[in-house]
Design a protein around this ligand. Structure first.
Ligand SMILES: *[C@@H]1O[C@H](CO)[C@@H](O)[C@H](O)[C@H]1NC(C)=O
Ligand SMILES: *[C@@H]1O[C@H](CO)[C@@H](O)[C@H](O)[C@H]1NC(C)=O
Length: 338
């Protein structure tokens, strides 16, 4: 079949026009909110802005899709209304989740969440600045914090659904110098209770092998895999599967979906990984944790709630008989109970 050059041009123009349309920004005209700086949103993504809300600095996230707004809103409300002490955890666990300050609507009716404005870098940026000699200790601390936070939301019956370095903001505590994590982005979270469910979001590079099959999933174990891929990525600079560094373009490039699907089917079937041994870490407990979380076979992979207590105590700087010790510089971790 042949197209005349005229209709071909028309098609291209139409595609460009539609692309432009998809990039159109939400008009951030919201009573009581002063916009300081706003992002241009990519198609299908929420628009974000730095704002002043009730006189204070805040972060605004506007969803064109009301359902996506509702998912994120409900997850954050549930997390912050819950009581971690019911599960033997200190209330401070909730500080590891971005705070929700309110919700507002644009004059055109778009729904927006007002969240606390966080200091710090995302985990990818943060680890780039870490002294390689301290990488093991810092990643151990970050891992224990993430395990604790995820344990809490899992106890509530919810999963995060899109764990990746971009969704983890880290800053150094002013007093102790310890890294502190805050988890953001609850667009893909869901309340799963005891049911198997289909995913509602995710990011290439962090997807578990089993989600390439059409069956509903154990979402808790999917979070386990994504956490493993996130720690792996923080250590190595790339996630275990789905993204490679191209020496030709100097950029990280996504694998072709069909190729990724075949690779993951192989990994799930054989239980054997295709990625090379991690050379950037030495701490055997941290390496063991990554291996447990990145267990290819979902039936053998532990849920975060069931991770080995002794292993986590060791990562938290505890001794070997299972009692967390208070160590200088590790006060925060020692307050967490496992
Ligand atoms: C996280 O940091 C990386 C590396 O600097 C950056 O490219 C990326 O845009 C950041 N992600 C988000 C969601 O801001
Ligand atoms: C691993 O790192 C943690 C945290 O720095 C430390 O407490 C632990 O002793 C280390 N474990 C091993 C086996 O090196």
């Amino acid at each position: 079949m042949r197209f005349s050059s005229v209709s071909f041009t028309t098609v291209i123009l139409a595609v460009l026009w539609l692309g432009e349309f998809a990039h159109a920004n939400i008009e951030l005209d919201i009573p009581g909110v002063i916009v300081e700086d706003s992002s241009t949103n990519r198609p299908g993504q929420a628009q974000t802005a730095l704002v002043k809300y009730q006189g204070n600095p805040a972060f605004l996230k506007c969803h064109t899709d009301k359902e996506a707004y509702k998912i994120e809103h409900d997850a954050l409300v549930r997390i912050h209304r819950g009581d971690p002490r019911r599960y033997g955890m200190p209330s401070k666990v909730k500080n590891m989740f971005v705070a929700l300050k309110g919700s507002v609507q644009t004059r055109k009716g778009t729904h927006c969440l007002v969240m606390e404005r966080l200091e710090g870098d995302n985990l990818t940026e943060y680890v780039k600045k870490v002294d390689p000699k301290k990488k093991d200790a810092i990643l151990s601390s970050i891992s224990v914090q993430l395990i604790t936070a995820l344990k809490y939301i899992h106890r509530l019956g919810w999963v995060h659904g899109d764990i990746k370095p971009d969704n983890i903001i880290v800053h150094d505590d002013a007093q102790t110098g310890e890294p502190r994590v805050t988890i953001i982005d609850f667009d893909a979270s869901q309340q799963v209770g005891n049911d198997l469910k289909h995913r509602i979001g995710g990011t290439q590079g962090y997807e578990s092998p089993e989600e390439f099959s059409p069956n509903p999933l154990d979402q808790y174990k999917r979070d386990s895999w994504m956490l493993g891929a996130t720690i792996y990525s923080a250590a190595v600079g790339l996630p275990p599967y789905g993204i490679s560094h191209s020496s030709r373009t100097g950029k990280d490039e996504l694998w072709n979906r069909g190729y990724l699907k075949n690779a993951m089917a192989h990994v799930a079937r054989t239980g054997e990984h295709l990625f090379p041994r991690i050379k950037t870490l030495e701490n055997s407990s941290l390496l063991k944790l990554i291996n447990m979380l990145l267990e290819p076979k979902v039936e053998s992979r532990p849920a975060i709630r069931k991770l080995d207590t002794q292993l986590i105590n060791d990562l938290a700087g505890g001794n070997t008989n299972g009692t967390p010790l208070t160590r200088a510089g590790n006060k925060f971790l020692s307050m967490m109970s496992f």
